[in-house]
Design a protein around this ligand. Structure first.
Ligand SMILES: NC(=O)c1ccc[n+]([C@@H]2O[C@H](COP(=O)([O-])OP(=O)(O)OC[C@H]3O[C@@H](n4cnc5c(N)ncnc54)[C@H](OP(=O)(O)O)[C@@H]3O)[C@@H](O)[C@H]2O)c1
Length: 358
């Protein structure tokens, strides 16, 4: 593709963690040109001046968001603003004929469910109804050619990728909740300063938060039900989850340890086969051999999700360990993967970097 035929792309929320990661990833993408970057205010200097690690953006100003300028200058826009602001802006750009990919939770749930879990007024139901859920490996056919995409939450991505093969294969005992014990690095909360994010609070510390009310709970349950329907069965399976979220003294990473009560005897080798068959040909998913488990340092800085499995025959429980980088497969990486699929490009374009280690 010549530079004149490159896709013109914008990032709204470009000064946040998700937006900055998008700019970094877009710099590796041969088919795009970043033509617009905006936040909540006008700033002096270029993106490269403000964020020296983004030195390739010496031509790009960080502007105050304006719908007309954004729509004029872009074919596609990533919108990475806090929930409550993001979905409406994505809807506005979609209405103007642009591909809009929203990284917030605003377009992932029906309006009434959103209002009760996010405690914010929802976006217009007709906008929510037009959005396609961007869990790429499970919804690729819908994402292809879509023009409004609700990018999944970081916890929801790790948990759904980890649970769905077992739920779809009906391994879970009916009427028993699935237990999800999940941890996030502090960048999951965004860039604005909070007391809990300060080094003195975070270092050498570990604690749960939003117990019983984390907003990804209904997202996980909704899409487990939608994508977890067993083959050749109309019977919906809607396992509820018990979901605990905890803050890790780390910068990046989501680690979900999931416990599925088994409905029948099964060996770990059979489960590994089910998972490998489900994700066959998926470049961003790796299923470990029995006895091996993922670590955050195996995925950090990449769009990979690594999954490890164990069957505890003593208690008839399947343990699933799912690890990803919250800013990549949990946010910007999956958003770029969805952009590629929606535009008919190879899904890995701009995303083939290996993780960084240590
Ligand atoms: N962080 C993660 O790991 C992660 C993972 C998955 C999904 N998400 C979701 O992605 C979204 C962005 O998260 P983040 O972590 O990047 O947040 P963040 O670091 O707090 O950044 C928020 C961005 O939104 C901008 N902004 C806020 N209100 C705005 C407005 N009214 N108009 C224009 N720009 C506005 C801010 O601009 P200024 O700097 O100018 O104020 C900043 O660029 C959130 O909805 C979050 O839930 C985040």
């Amino acid at each position: 593709m010549s530079s004149t035929s490159k896709i013109r792309v914008g990032v709204v929320g470009a000064s946040g963690y998700g937006g900055l990661e998008l700019l970094r990833l877009l710099s590796f993408h041969p088919d795009v040109q970043v033509t617009y970057a905006a936040g909540s205010q006008e700033r002096d200097g270029t993106v490269a001046d403000m964020y020296p690690f983004l030195s390739t953006y010496s031509h790009l100003q960080l502007e105050k968001y304006d719908v007309d300028r954004c729509a004029d200058r872009c074919d596609a826009v990533f919108v990475a603003l806090p929930s409550g602001a993001s979905g409406a802006i994505a809807g506005q750009l979609h209405e103007r004929g642009r591909l809009a990919i929203d990284l917030s939770g605003d377009l992932r749930l029906p309006a009434d469910t959103y209002a009760s879990w996010y405690q914010k007024p929802p976006v217009a139901p007709k906008v929510i109804a037009q959005a396609v859920y961007g869990l790429t490996e499970w919804n690729r056919n819908e994402i292809r050619g879509a023009s409004l995409i609700a990018n999944p939450g970081c916890y929801a991505t790790a948990v759904l990728l980890g649970l769905l093969p077992a739920v779809k294969a009906k391994l879970a005992a009916p009427d028993r909740p699935l237990i999800v014990d999940a941890k996030s690095g502090v960048s999951g909360a965004g860039r604005s300063a909070t007391l809990g994010g300060q080094l003195g609070e975070l270092s050498d510390n570990f604690y749960p938060y939003r117990v019983g009310k984390h907003q990804h709970t209904p997202e996980i349950e909704r899409y487990l039900a939608q994508f977890g329907l067993a083959e050749k069965s109309n019977e919906a399976s809607h396992p509820p989850i018990v979901f605990t979220t905890q803050l890790l003294p780390a910068i990046r990473g989501i680690y979900a340890s999931c416990y599925i009560p088994l409905g029948a005897d099964v060996q770990v080798e059979q489960v590994v086969d089910i998972y490998r068959t489900t994700y066959e040909g998926e470049p961003f998913i790796r299923i470990h051999d029995p006895g091996k488990y993922p670590e955050l340092k195996h995925v950090r800085g990449s769009n990979q999700t690594h999954i490890g499995l164990f069957v505890d025959n003593r208690t008839a429980t399947l343990q699933v360990f799912s690890a990803l980088d919250n800013l990549q497969k949990g946010a910007a990486g999956q958003a770029l993967q969805n952009f590629n699929v929606a535009m008919g490009l190879d899904q890995t374009t701009g995303l083939s970097q290996l993780p960084i280690y240590p």
